[in-house]
Design a protein around this ligand. Structure first.
Ligand code: SF4
Ligand code: FES
Length: 257
């Protein structure tokens, strides 16, 4: 089988693809394949990883034109077409018109919408700038209790949906709006903002919505749903965004009445 890998080193060359041929071991992941490439063919290949267990979020990349975690994606099911995720097509995915045969090759590219530093490593500054903008810090309503802060199990069910985010930016890379509007806060930041908004232990949960009540916040989403489809942790940003918009709308309506 072949791995067709995006290469870029601004000091040395312009963007291009290198194809590596090798025999995959059963259960081998894309991340393991990249290690093998480094060991066997080219130790200059650059990529990010840390936990190797789908927890740290650093190994997200574009695999067969879908943002995925390299440490969680296995080669063989991918080649057999078993890991298909159908995305709403968007410009950044289409613009690299590299020929590849999905039955024999796996195409590996950096995450879209973020500048490439080297090979598969992207500059995450913009992603984290928007994350910081939403003030992702728990602001407790009451002084710390003697033991833990209790929460109703019912409230926890929805909260957990959003706390699972590992900040991998796969959703950011899959979002057609992020591609055309670099100022859009993006699905991950908005999902996290919604998470604090619904946390009953927060002091100003209700005010949290206002932070993204701006053209490039809640209102910029066009509900393509790619973010929810690619999220490796099952976070549904579009649901949080839709609920936030509804709440803001209801608030405005009740003020007008
Ligand atoms: S919402 Fe999902 S895809 Fe987006 S950063 Fe969080 S874990 Fe990654
Ligand atoms: S290496 Fe941590 S999520 Fe893949």
């Amino acid at each position: 089988m072949k791995l067709k890998v995006y290469r870029y080193n601004k000091k040395l060359d312009s963007p291009h693809y290198t194809t590596f041929k090798f025999r995959p071991k059963p259960g081998m992941t894309i991340l393991e394949a990249l290690f093998q490439i480094q060991k066997q063919f080219d130790d200059s290949l650059a990529f990010h990883y840390s936990c190797r267990g789908a927890v740290c979020g650093t190994c997200a990349m574009l695999i067969n034109k879908v943002p995925r975690l390299a440490c969680r994606t296995q080669l063989m099911p991918l080649l057999k077409g078993e890991l298909k995720i159908n995305l709403i097509s968007y410009h950044t995915i289409e613009e690299t018109n590299v020929p590849w045969d999905p039955e024999e090759e796996i195409l590996i590219e950096p995450l879209p919408h973020l500048p490439v530093i080297k090979d598969l490593i992207v500059d995450m500054s913009t992603f984290f700038k928007y994350y910081k903008f939403i003030e992702p810090v728990f602001k407790p309503a009451n002084p710390a209790p003697e033991k833990e802060r209790l929460i109703e199990p019912n409230a926890l069910t929805e909260l957990e949906l959003y706390t699972n985010c590992i900040l991998c930016a796969a959703c950011f890379g899959a979002c057609p709006v992020d591609g055309k509007n670099p100022e859009y806060l993006g699905p991950a930041a908005l999902a996290k903002l919604y998470r604090f908004h619904i946390d009953p232990r927060e002091s100003n949960g209700s005010e949290r919505l206002e932070l993204a009540n701006i053209p490039n916040g809640w209102w910029a989403c066009e509900f393509y749903g790619n973010c929810t489809r690619v999220c490796p942790k099952g976070v549904p940003p579009t649901i949080g965004i839709a609920k936030a918009r509804k709440e803001i709308g209801n608030k405005v309506k009740s003020q007008e009445d």
